[in-house]
Design a protein around this ligand. Structure first.
Ligand code: M6R
Length: 621
């Protein structure tokens, strides 16, 4: 979480920083700030709340200089008030630091600095950094050339830090210089026309840089008006070939939609078509993955968080039911501290739309390390990443990546990337079903043929439900609790529906397997607790309907996501979906979940794209 940026070049920094931060606001929006440096000194400006507050402040202030750093914050240490916003300064007010990540040893460092007389002004973990850099400058100044002082001071400061961080530093004494460094947090360097940039993510630099270089852990970089110098963890100069930026990475406009989330929901027909064009060859799935991943495969384990985990649960169901492969799905945050015993022939899949989720990255790294440490051929790691950002930390770390190609997603609530993750699992399960002869060629062709018909089906469904959900949402404005039910492959969709509602409308919602209600949660039901049930024709259709009857007997308002049929009269409100093979139904049943949550939150006047306390990319543990 948090986004950092830096600029240096002929143009005034402040407007460039502001625009770059606008592109990074999805990473956090509790507060924002910039520091620019000119020969007249360092100018720091911060504001709590959204970026617009900083931009208003800037209109009335001076932030001169062509060198600068900026930050948009998702609070970890210290409440989201101005004094905890970044940049954080040293005691002289001449050195400024922005940071993304967490300094885990900030407490002992702070105690040590306080004992030496430093007075802290914030509750942040970050504030130790400017004080430490200032100390290192003092220490090194007798034997390091002034031109290298900031660089060396930052490099020796990073040796003292534990945790995950990407930092950028400016110093009034060196107005033509920015130094940045990273450890387990993303940081890239953008190269433009005589101007240079640093940023946590590509959209921040996509319109101003022509190419970019990603920093690896332990590396640092010095930006000056003359160019960019990269250094390894020992401070040695290194060279890396930049990759071209195509410009398509910048965040698009949300018009004509009111919110990015609604726009992204509406893009799902198109993104599905793009996925099919990319990965289907006739009726064959071609994912372009190394066949070695699948040789002698005994099982699959999937690690993910949040919505990505719900997609992984659908994926687990498909891998087992379509391809006959034992599959387990784990919360990445749990797996990394309590992994199951090692088993041979396991494919480990990390699913993360951003490719930056700290828990997922750490769980994948841990799994790789313990398998390598076992030093047994059968236990060797086989790792695959499923992401929307192949250039992300996950993408750079893993040799095998399945790109969901959903396009940039800005809304914090994942929608079209969830659809892309589902499609990735359909592709993987069908590919594996074919390789393992778990399904006949005709059956597999039947699935791929049906998938080809989904883009127009989805588009029509989205249009239809957009209208129904907009009017239905009015009935939920005072709802405090809601239950989502599903079974089998649609149980994860019930979980996803509940998560979508919670995160953007702040209504308490829970998803349950429908058959579990009678084992406790049914006690919650009364006329004030709506129940949304997904009921799709398949082996448990009748069972779900019986579970719904049990809820109806408790007088609850009942919403059905089900095909139009006699049985559907049971529901007070029906959000109809077409009948498809039940294994493909999650691609459809998720649409009313997304739209209902969206319209409830939008009708309540909430900030749908940037809900409170959240950030799009969770880069802290
Ligand atoms: O980038 P990731 O897919 O790894 O993100 C995982 C979760 O943080 C994310 O899915 C979160 O739950 C979303 N806000 C859900 O809409």
């Amino acid at each position: 979480m948090c986004g950092i940026v830096a600029t240096i070049g002929p143009r005034p920094s402040a407007p460039l920083l502001l625009e770059a931060l606008r592109q990074l606001e999805y990473r956090g929006y509790d507060s924002a700030g910039i520091a620019t440096v000119s020969p007249r000194g360092l100018h720091c400006l911060r504001a709590s709340g959204k970026l617009v507050n900083l931009s208003r402040k800037l209109e009335a202030a001076t932030a001169a200089g062509v060198t600068g750093i900026g930050h948009t914050r998702w609070a970890t240490h210290g409440s989201p008030e101005e004094r905890n916003a970044h940049p954080q300064l040293d005691q002289s007010g001449q050195l400024a630091v922005v940071q993304n990540g967490i300094i885990e040893n900030h407490r002992p460092l702070r105690e040590q600095l306080e004992a030496e007389g430093v007075a802290f002004v914030s509750d942040t973990d970050t504030e130790v950094i400017p004080h430490l850099v200032a100390r290192q400058i003092e220490r090194l100044s007798s034997h390091v050339a002034p031109a290298d002082l900031l660089l060396k001071a930052v490099q020796s400061t990073t040796d003292l830090l534990k945790g995950a961080y990407a930092i950028a530093v400016v110093w009034a004494a060196r107005p033509g210089e920015v130094v940045a460094a990273r450890w387990q947090a993303p940081l890239l360097v953008g190269l433009g026309e005589g101007e240079f940039f640093c940023a946590s993510d590509t959209p921040a630099i996509a319109t101003v840089a022509r190419s970019a270089v990603s920093l690896e852990d332990g590396e640092s970089v010095r930006l000056t008006p003359l160019g960019v110098e990269l250094f390894d963890c020992d401070g040695n100069r290194i060279q890396r070939t930049p990759r071209r930026l195509e410009g398509g990475d910048q965040i698009a406009d949300k018009r004509p939609y009111r919110h990015f989330m609604l726009k992204e929901i509406h893009e799902q027909g198109e993104s599905t078509q793009r996925w099919l064009d990319r990965y289907l060859r006739g009726s064959r799935v071609e994912l372009g993955l190394d066949p070695g991943l699948f040789e002698g495969l005994h099982g699959v384990e999937i690690l993910a968080c949040g919505t990505s985990r719900h997609a992984a649960m659908v994926g687990g169901h498909l891998l087992q039911q379509l391809a006959g492969i034992p599959t387990s799905v784990h919360y990445a945050s749990e797996f990394r501290y309590a992994p199951p015993p090692l088993r041979p022939g396991i494919l480990t899949i990390g699913v993360t739309q951003s490719g930056e989720t700290a828990d997922t990255l750490a769980a994948m790294a841990m799994e790789e390390e313990r398998r390598l440490a076992a030093d047994v051929t059968e236990l060797a790691p086989r790792l695959l990443g499923i992401t929307n950002r192949p250039e992300s930390s996950l993408g750079r770390r893993l040799p095998q990546i399945l790109d969901i190609a959903a396009g940039v997603e800005v809304g914090v609530a994942a929608t079209k990337t969830f659809m892309g993750q589902l499609l990735a699992f359909y592709g993987l399960a069908l590919d594996l079903a074919a390789r393992r002869h778990a399904r006949s060629t005709e059956e597999i062709q039947g699935f791929t043929d049906q998938l080809k018909g989904f883009p127009p089906l989805l588009q029509a469904l989205i249009e239809q439900h957009d209208q129904c959900c907009a009017s239905l949402a009015q009935d939920f404005l005072h709802t405090e609790d809601m239950i989502y039910l599903g079974r089998g492959i649609n149980y994860p969709i019930a979980l996803e529906g509940a998560l979508k509602l919670k995160e953007i409308s702040y209504i308490h919602a829970e998803g349950y397997p429908a058959g579990e209600m009678k084992h406790g949660p049914i006690a919650l039901l009364d006329a004030k607790v709506p129940v949304l049930s997904i009921a799709t024709p398949g082996p448990v259709f009748e069972k779900v309907l019986s579970n719904v009857q049990e809820a109806k007997a408790r007088n609850v308002p009942l919403i059905g996501v089900a095909p139009e049929c006699q049985d559907a009269q049971l529901f007070d409100v029906l959000l109809p979906i077409p009948v498809v093979n039940e294994l493909l139904s999650p691609l459809l049943t998720v649409i009313p979940m997304q739209l209902l949550s969206y319209h409830i939150a939008a009708s309540k006047g909430l900030d749908v794209d940037q809900p409170r306390n959240l950030a799009k990319s969770v880069t802290v543990e």
